[in-house]
Write a protein that binds this ligand. Structure first.
Ligand code: SF4
Length: 363
């Protein structure tokens, strides 16, 4: 006897909301599950708003550091950027399966639509995802279920297949119409951006994997903030691009990080990795070079350094404004690295312009 209870993956988007709604309309108890990663395509706040509107509980879980192995070496490869969509879904659905077992639910529900996404929602990837997540027969996709083989809950009569849908393709018209008819208002705009599909973010991710043996989700979260400058094999300087990012960078300044905040209007800098004196000098230099000239104080400059007052003065100060005097790692050295991540076809590695790329700041 299968429980009339399911785990529904809620992304905050319209499709997963509609899928959960279809279950509720059949009198099935729905437990929402949101898997959090700050670089992914789903927003926690949107998912919470959707769950509230549906009147279902929502469990929020972090994907955990093991997820980074999925990005590092996906069995089914990458999409247009560094997005391993098939492996990413397998990873998430395995978590959903464990959660389903833990709460004695009968099956897992997702908002996938056949043919909607070129990489992960074509017929074959859908089958692979179901098989590899050990959910064979237990993964119900209510929006396109009538185009797929019946699942166990349908065969056992727990779910009425006739009340499921046969949506396919990339158009969202039918979903919009269904949302309107059901009075659903809370959902994120379709295809919200997964940063792994962005080439500049992908470049930063490759750089992280090339220099960190065991990167963490915290390292990945940092990639979403500020301008990144690789200043050594184990050291990066990250500059805030606005006040919010300055505050976020300060929040990351725990053990293993040094945070420099100027006492004049300018960006904060986080030294991540090996915090040498040379790296701090580079951080000061970068702060000064990203501060409007009229805002730079004359003479001694004051900073907060890990929350303590710190001053920089003397002849070295002027040198910090001269790029040639700063011992930055050469981008050519980095590009010549034998690490496999640098053998991939990459965009140019040098980056002395006002972007968010990772690389050496200056040759
Ligand atoms: S776009 Fe792909 S890699 Fe990114 S979160 Fe979605 S499924 Fe995962």
């Amino acid at each position: 006897m299968m429980e009339k209870r399911c785990v529904a993956l809620i992304s905050g988007g319209l499709d997963s909301t509609l899928a959960a709604k279809l279950m509720l309309e059949q009198g099935i108890e729905v437990q929402g599950l949101f898997l959090a990663m700050s670089w992914g395509c789903c927003e926690k706040e949107k998912a919470q708003a959707c769950a509230r509107e549906l009147g279902i509980p929502l469990m929020v879980l972090s994907v955990g550091d093991a997820y980074l192995d999925v990005i590092r070496a996906p069995k089914y490869g990458y999409g247009s950027g560094m997005n391993p969509c098939i492996d990413c879904r397998i990873y998430m659905f395995r978590i959903a399966k464990r959660y389903m077992e833990e709460i004695d639910a009968g099956f897992v529900v997702t908002g996938e639509v056949l043919g909607q996404r070129p990489m992960s929602q074509m017929r074959r990837p859908l089958d692979i995802i179901e098989a590899e997540s050990d959910l064979e027969g237990l993964l119900l996709r209510p929006l396109c279920a009538q185009l797929l083989e019946p699942t166990l809950p349908e065969l056992l009569g727990v779910v009425d297949r006739n009340r499921l849908l046969r949506l396919a393709g990339r158009s969202r018209h039918e979903q919009m119409a269904l949302a309107k008819a059901s009075g659903i208002q809370e959902y994120a705009t379709p295809a919200g951006g997964c940063l792994l599909t962005d080439e500049r973010f992908a470049e930063k991710t490759r750089d992280l994997f090339a220099h960190e043996e065991r990167p963490t989700t915290k390292d990945m979260e940092l990639l979403t903030i500020g301008r990144h400058f690789r200043v050594g094999p184990k050291t990066k300087v990250i500059l805030g691009r606005n006040e919010l990012e300055n505050v976020l960078l300060e929040g990351h300044a725990q053990a293993g990080y040094t945070c420099l905040r100027p006492k004049f209007p300018g960006p904060s800098a986080l030294v991540a990795g090996e915090g040498t004196e040379a790296a701090e000098e580079i951080a000061v230099s970068l702060i000064l070079r990203h501060t409007k000239e009229e805002k730079r104080p004359e003479g001694t400059m004051e900073f907060w350094r890990d929350g303590m007052s710190w001053t920089v003065s003397g002849p070295s100060l002027q040198n910090l404004l001269e790029p040639a005097a700063v011992p930055l790692a050469s981008s050519k050295q980095l590009a010549a690295s034998s690490h496999p991540f640098y053998r991939w076809p990459l965009a140019a590695r040098s980056l002395p312009h006002d972007g968010v790329e990772t690389g050496s700041y200056h040759d």
